[in-house]
Ligand binder design. Structure first.
Ligand code: SDX
Length: 435
């Protein structure tokens, strides 16, 4: 079992009414210190209040660290832009799961294990038939990934490290197969089985784009770009969907059901659904001359419109993933001959204007990982409706690494927040005849 690595860093004193409580403060490797309030309610009879958890650390983690002011994102200490430039997604999966870069033997063994889990139970294909062909792929992914728990419910003892490992490998391996099946089902084409001779991302592209009627040759430049995009989306501290997976897992729920919960949360346009929303926004803007109109709407408090792909709870500087995404966008657009894609021109112009606008400067709103991903994924051949499903495919390794860390945390207990109650005071029931 993992021991805490937080270091005592003094105490904080909190006084309220006639009580004063001393609370221990801890520091980590980097980032803000934390005030441990676990005994606060017992000693003062009050709760803290932090809707949206803007000032709350929900757990101790050693997986990913984000420095929002410096625009830094580290996976197990390695900068995400270095991994994007020098590593590959399967190696990053190993890193996130096991905390270190693998040697050749470890890499070969891990890669083989993932490959051998890429097929899904043949019965799983039946679940797709229940959906209409025009069902959103994220609705399909929620349902089918949740259904995986029916296939492994009796072989997932979350307290058995070996079974946790197998569940992790199964999820990392099967998400591309299920995402490709969701895409094929939506366009009425037959499912394509995985091919063990292919690499992880090449296999996914083949399952998504090949047809039985002819040979399919993966474009290595496009496969490398998509593999890099998967690296950028792999994990991101305690974001909404990861926190959902942790909370679901804290009850001891089946890891497949927990990942389905994460997929459901990621779907929201404020979170992983932003890549789909950002492309739709760029299509609505259409041409650079309409940008000022949309910038004005984004600044108008009475208009719910926001610049999709802009802003972030943590990054108050440029999202380092957005920089790499922009580079991948250029590579893919050039490779597919769409370097003059008008939406890319609009995106570049929108970024330039927004970053000079005092509203965005003052509120520290920069492009995030979702701003350029839609343009790139569309150029790779995916429909807009598949963008968030691809995000879920890549984020599964982060979710399951965080789930494993939570289960192995000796301090872990079921998550059960409290509230400030502002409803009716206690009152007696009034029979209908007297109302
Ligand atoms: C992802 O958490 C993660 O790490 C998520 C993620 C990951 O990898 O898991 O990084 C992936 O979800 C990226 C974010 C994708 N979402 C979008 O691009 C949607 C558009 N962005 C916004 O909805 C917003 O920026 C959030 C949701 C991303 C962050 O919201 P916060 O932290 O709650 O910030 P906020 O809503 O309090 O905004 C602060 C201010 C507000 O103005 P005031 O109320 O202070 O006057 O900035 C404004 C907001 O109105 N603002 C925007 C804006 N984002 C924030 N105004 C215009 N356009 C925007 N995009």
């Amino acid at each position: 079992m993992k021991q805490s690595k937080a270091v005592a860093a003094g105490t904080a004193r909190l006084s309220y009414a006639d009580s004063t409580v001393e609370l221990p403060v801890y520091s980590g490797t980097a980032g803000p210190h934390v005030i441990d309030i676990r005994k606060l309610y017992a000693e003062t009879d009050v709760f803290t209040y932090d809707p949206g958890f803007t000032s709350t650390a929900s757990c101790e983690s050693s997986i990913t660290f984000i420095d929002g002011d410096k625009g830094v994102c580290l996976y197990r200490g390695y900068p995400v832009d270095q991994l994007a430039a020098q590593s590959n997604f399967i190696e990053v999966c190993y890193l996130l799961l096991y905390g270190k870069l693998p040697n050749q033997q470890e890499m070969t063994t891990f890669d083989r294990s993932i490959t051998l889990h890429t097929m899904v139970h043949e019965q799983l294909a039946a679940f797709f038939r229940g959906f209409r062909r025009d069902a959103h792929p994220m609705a399909v992914m929620c349902g089918v990934v949740g259904a995986l728990s029916a296939f492994y419910h009796d072989s997932t003892d979350v307290n058995d490290p070996r079974q946790r490992d197998i569940a992790s490998h199964r999820l990392i391996a099967k998400l591309p197969t299920i995402a490709a099946m969701a895409y094929k089902y939506s366009i009425g084409q037959p499912f394509i089985y995985p091919l063990n001779s292919q690499g992880y991302t090449e296999n996914f592209m083949r399952m998504a784009f090949a047809v039985p009627a002819e040979e399919y040759k993966v474009n290595p430049i496009l496969a490398k770009a998509l593999d890099t995009i998967f690296i950028l989306h792999a994990d991101h501290e305690q974001n909404a969907s990861t926190s959902t997976v942790r909370l679901a897992g804290s009850s001891g729920a089946n890891p497949f059901a927990c990942i389905a919960a994460g997929i459901a949360c990621l779907w929201g346009p404020a979170h992983g659904g932003a890549n789909e929303a950002a492309l739709k926004m760029l299509e609505e803007i259409g041409t650079p001359d309409r940008i000022p109109e949309f910038i004005a709407r984004a600044k108008d408090k009475d208009d719910p419109f926001r610049l999709m792909g802009f802003g972030h709870r943590v990054y108050k500087n440029y999202d380092p993933r957005a920089k790499v995404m922009q580079k991948q966008a250029r590579i893919v657009l050039d490779e597919v001959g769409a370097h003059n894609d008008p939406l890319f021109q609009v995106a570049m112009e929108l970024e330039k204007i927004a970053l000079k606008d005092e509203y965005f400067v003052e509120k520290k709103l920069y492009p995030n990982v979702d701003f350029y991903s839609g343009i790139t994924l569309r150029a790779l051949g995916f429909p807009t409706s598949m963008f968030t499903a691809l995000f879920a495919l890549a984020r599964t390794v982060g979710w399951i690494a965080q789930w494993k860390e939570m289960i192995e945390d000796p301090h872990q207990k079921i998550g059960r927040p409290r509230q400030i109650y502002t409803g009716e005071p206690m009152r007696d029931y009034v029979p209908l005849a007297k109302r």
